[in-house]
Design a protein around this ligand. Structure first.
Ligand SMILES: [Mg+2]
Length: 235
């Protein structure tokens, strides 16, 4: 019977242990890495940073202005005189700014307080979008407004959303589409249905303006232009 050389076996054993450690060590580091996390930003400071973004006119409005300039140039190049050109606008944080309500409630929200705010028709226009809207209108492009807002329960004729738009100078849109209360449908789905219907009716949608990714979901947008909104998320 052949005996193994103990010194060689010892070396093999050590080499094997080193290999095993080499395999296990990265796994240990990975597990430690997974069990620790970076603390998210404190909500108070996140809110103050957003306050600053909207109150310092060189920040939010400058961003919106850049987007509108890009959109104007794009629309100018893509107007087709042989087609029924159309542009879509969302309402909240696209045509109208609700920071008065949002700051008053410190980024909180209830259905009742939001409904009362809408009924007050006090939202203000976003200046660079307002200027772009009027330029688009001057080009003979048909403007549709599609919003996830429901029709008012208390006021109508015109609905407060329409009254708000007209009061601040957004005039001559072809139609305002409010998300019907019944049947209940996700805002993104409702908006898509309208854009699809308009396309099937023969409108050439050149551009769609919104502040949420859900404003563009499903296509039929032409080119999508997203207005900044770090305040809330809707889908
Ligand atoms: Mg919106």
């Amino acid at each position: 019977m052949q005996k193994s050389n103990p010194s060689v076996d010892g070396k093999n054993f050590i080499t094997q242990q080193i290999r095993t450690l080499a395999l296990i060590f990265p796994l240990i580091i990975f597990v430690i890495g997974c069990s620790s996390s970076k603390e998210p930003q404190n909500l108070h400071f996140a809110k103050r940073a957003i306050d600053q973004y909207f109150t310092d006119t060189t920040l939010y409005l400058a961003d919106v202005k850049n987007i509108c300039a890009e959109a104007k140039s794009y629309i100018q190049k893509n107007l087709d005189p042989h087609k029924r050109n159309a542009v879509i606008f969302d309402v909240d944080e696209t045509l109208l700014l609700n920071t008065e309500y949002i700051f008053e409630y410190n980024y909180g929200w209830t259905q009742e307080s939001w409904g009362a705010w809408i009924d007050s028709a006090k939202a203000v226009p976003i200046q660079p979008v307002f200027e772009l809207y009027n330029w688009i209108k001057s080009q003979g492009v048909t403007i549709f407004v599609i919003t996830g807002r429901f029709p008012s329960l208390r006021l109508s004729n015109p609905d407060p959303t329409e009254r708000n738009l007209l009061n601040v100078g957004y005039t001559d849109f072809k139609k305002l589409y409010l998300n019907p209360r019944e049947p209940k449908i996700a805002t993104s789905e409702y908006k898509l249905q309208v854009r699809k219907k308009l396309t099937e009716e023969g409108f050439n949608i050149i551009a769609n303006f919104g502040d949420q990714e859900s404003d563009f979901k499903g296509g039929y947008n032409g080119r999508s232009f997203k207005i900044p909104n770090p305040m809330y998320f809707t889908q």
